[in-house]
Design a protein around this ligand. Structure first.
Ligand code: ADP
Ligand code: MG
Length: 700
């Protein structure tokens, strides 16, 4: 791309740690500006990739311009004139000289450009030429400013860097191009030469040159491919290393599903397991019988039958004299799970305990004693389970419902004796494959797509405000037939009081109006754990017919008789949240009816809600959601404790992600510790970036 007055020779011995102020063309002042951009050393500058590229079109000499054919012309600004046209309109003209030829550029109503057009400076103008009199004219051309003595020596996309006040684009380009020239050759290649060739990857020095100064779109694509692949491979290697490490290094109790145990467990289920459930159970038995900790993700839509699979794993654990823990994200859910387990297992001798933050000190003490003595076989709880004072007698299995907040640290706390427990992570949030490969890449995965037979469809309506009266009339009719209903209001903002006011208001207006005469219950974040549990309990028993709630009921609540749901301000909910909510009313023998009232201020919210109304396939919705929201808002590598990706985009780069994952698994299968000398640099990079986040400390 741009070339300075002097170019250093790329030198393998150039020092990449050179502070920026000592780099050619920088100095103390610009050094400060670069540091403000987070760039401290030559290496930082090399790896500060352009945030964008400008397609420059073909750079041509003036005599080669053709009427109506877009082109770029380079020249020096010779004359500038700003002409007011009245009514606040203006015409800005510049005469640009190239040797003895001139081109005129005109801009309408952009007087602010005037100050940037300095006489004697070199610019590149891109636009569509037309002949005016005897001179070529470009209307509203794009303009690029070049530094003194700088010339565009090539074609191809022009890099655009992040800047800071006081640093101009052309200056930044020049600084980077000098550093690329002098230092790119000094960057260590992490891949062996044969690996580069086999995977069609540009060598690092070429890739650095090409990403900062691509000669063509094709070359830029190759350079980007190398860096994206590298970033994804490093992540996938970290995940594969972790997985292989857990598999080989850690011991877990051998919990075999013998024919007798299997028959005893199955007798407890009142229904035939689906093929997918059988498969998931077979996966789990394979894992738990092997002597190494299971690390399995069980994913499936709400109501797809995951809990039964988890119950199987827990009973298998208990059958071998070990304890199993089931962790839920909320108090309400923990109670719900405990209730389900008690119902399903009342005929067995399994003893179930509940450990949540809502216990009194005395209750907690007693429960902890029963856990420590082994008196309790199954413990259902919230995060209260992973606290210092909890000691298990023999912990064999940890089931985690809704993964999001369970990380490496909590895991370490449950590793109490010499043996690690088995892990089963359940998620009812269908995860796009690209995301699960990244966030859960260290887990094996079983998926329930179909759900048990006879599940009821939910009719979903996206309603206009003038259909309210008809909808509530329908709700009343169904309530009179004996059904129950949810009314969901969004969490309006972080301000608990505001939300509270709005659900209370909603309740009052329904009580006085549309739902007069029906017993209403109210659940929201302002209630204590007991109050919430109490309100849920009343709804569960049918004492209240309608439950008005903020999204606290989002996951897991199971009231088969509740088949109606009204969602207010639907635009405030995310797609996966809406889908979770819908799952609440597809549980019984009656069909569900859901009506969303929403304002749709943006095209995105309309698309989201229409997608929601048009399909109830959670995996399909997850993909749509991912596309609509883009990677920025992704389930959060950050939330998961992983550093964010810098250049890769999981959606755009999904093919490369598959490739990197495949390659990483191949490398680890062949060399489980990545011990080969030629992979040393790659391994270092993996440990530097993910060592802490993924607890790879003893892989080193
Ligand atoms: P999830 O945990 O995935 O949300 P559940 O395990 O709670 O789903 O299952 C939803 C409902 O379907 C429960 O009432 C459960 O008893 C029932 N169920 C699960 N598996 C089957 C099956 N194979 N046949 C019939 N009903 C089933
Ligand atoms: Mg469940």
């Amino acid at each position: 791309m741009t070339q300075g007055t002097s170019t250093g020779q790329s030198d393998a011995s150039a020092d990449l740690t050179t502070p920026v102020q000592f780099l050619k063309g920088v100095g103390p002042q610009r050094g400060e500006l670069l540091r403000r951009l987070g760039l401290r050393t030559a290496r930082d500058v090399l790896f500060s990739f352009p945030r964008d590229y400008r397609e420059m079109g073909q750079l041509v000499p003036v005599e080669a311009l053709r009427e109506g054919q877009p082109a770029c012309v380079q020249g020096v600004i010779d004359e500038v004139e700003l002409q007011p046209l009245g009514d606040g309109r203006s015409l800005l003209g510049a005469l640009v000289r190239q040797g003895s030829q001139f081109v005129r550029a005109v801009w309408f109503n952009q007087p602010f450009l005037r100050s940037r057009l300095r006489l004697g400076t070199t610019v590149v103008l891109c636009g569509t030429p037309s002949m005016r009199g005897f001179r070529w004219e470009l209307r509203q051309p794009r303009i690029e400013h070049l530094g003194p003595g700088e010339t565009l020596v090539r074609e191809g996309p022009l890099p655009v860097y992040r800047l800071t006040e006081g640093l101009r684009q052309h200056q930044m380009r020049r600084i980077v191009s000098l550093v690329v020239a002098s230092h790119a050759g000094a960057v260590d290649e992490v891949f062996p030469a044969t690996y580069l060739a086999e995977h069609r990857l540009l060598p690092i020095a070429d890739a650095l040159r090409a990403i900062h100064a691509p000669r063509s779109e094709a070359e830029l694509a190759l350079a980007r491919r190398r860096f994206i692949y590298q970033e994804l491979l490093v992540l996938q290697l970290a995940l594969a290393l972790r997985r292989s490490h857990l598999l080989r290094q850690c011991q877990a109790p051998v919990l075999e599903a013998t024919a007798r145990i299997d028959a005893r467990i199955r007798r407890l289920f009142p229904f035939q397991l689906t093929g997918e459930q059988q498969q998931a159970i077979a996966d789990i038995c394979g894992d738990m019988g092997g002597g190494h900790p299971m690390n399995r993700l069980l994913q499936g839509d709400v109501g797809s039958g995951k809990t039964v699979v988890a119950e199987y794993a827990m009973l298998l654990t208990v059958a071998h004299g070990y304890q199993a823990v089931m962790m839920a994200p909320t108090e309400v859910l923990a109670r719900q799970h405990a209730r389900t387990l008690e119902r399903d297992l009342h005929a067995s001798r399994v003893r179930i305990g509940l450990l949540t933050g809502a216990l009194t000190a005395a209750e907690r003490r007693r429960t902890l004693d029963q856990i420590a003595s082994g008196e309790l076989n199954l413990i259902v709880g919230t995060h209260a389970v992973v606290q210092d004072d909890v000691r298990f007698d023999r912990l064999g299995l940890v089931v985690i419902d809704e993964q999001h907040k369970f990380g490496v640290r909590q895991r370490a706390m449950l590793r109490q004796s010499g043996l690690d427990p088995h892990y089963l992570v359940m998620t009812a949030t269908p995860i796009p494959r690209t995301v699960s490969m990244t966030l859960f890449g260290d887990l094996d995965c079983s998926t329930l797509r179909q759900g048990p037979p006879g599940r009821q469809a939910v009719h979903t309506y996206l309603a206009a405000p003038d259909q309210r009266a008809r909808w509530w009339q329908f709700v009343r009719k169904k309530l009179l037939e004996g059904r129950q209903a949810y009314v969901i209001a969004p969490l309006i903002d972080e301000n608990e009081n505001l939300t509270l006011a709005s659900v209370r208001q909603l309740e009052q207006s329904l009580r006085a109006g549309e739902l007069a005469g029906f017993e209403l219950g109210l659940v929201h974040g302002g209630l204590s754990a007991e109050e919430k549990a109490e309100a849920m309990e009343r709804f569960h028993r049918g004492l209240t017919r309608v439950l008005i709630a903020t999204s606290v009921i989002e996951v897991g609540i199971d009231v088969p008789n509740a088949t109606l749901m009204t969602i207010e301000d639907g635009q405030r909910f995310g797609l996966s949240q809406l889908h979770q909510l819908r799952g609440r009313i597809s549980r019984g023998k009656f069909p569900g009816y859901l009506c969303v009232f929403a304002e749709m201020p943006t095209a995105e919210s309309r698309q989201r809600l229409e997608a929601f109304a048009s399909t109830s396939d959670g995996f399909e919705l997850a993909e749509i959601d991912f596309q609509l929201r883009g990677p920025g808002d992704l389930l959060g590598t950050r939330q998961h404790g992983l550093p964010p990706l810098r250049i890769a985009d999981l959606h755009r780069d999904r093919e490369l992600l598959e490739e990197a994952r495949h390659d990483a698994q191949g490398l680890i299968a062949a060399d489980p510790d990545l011990a080969a000398a030629e992979l040393g640099r790659l391994k270092q990079m993996v440990l530097r970036r993910y060592g802490a986040a993924l607890d790879l400390g003893d892989v080193g």
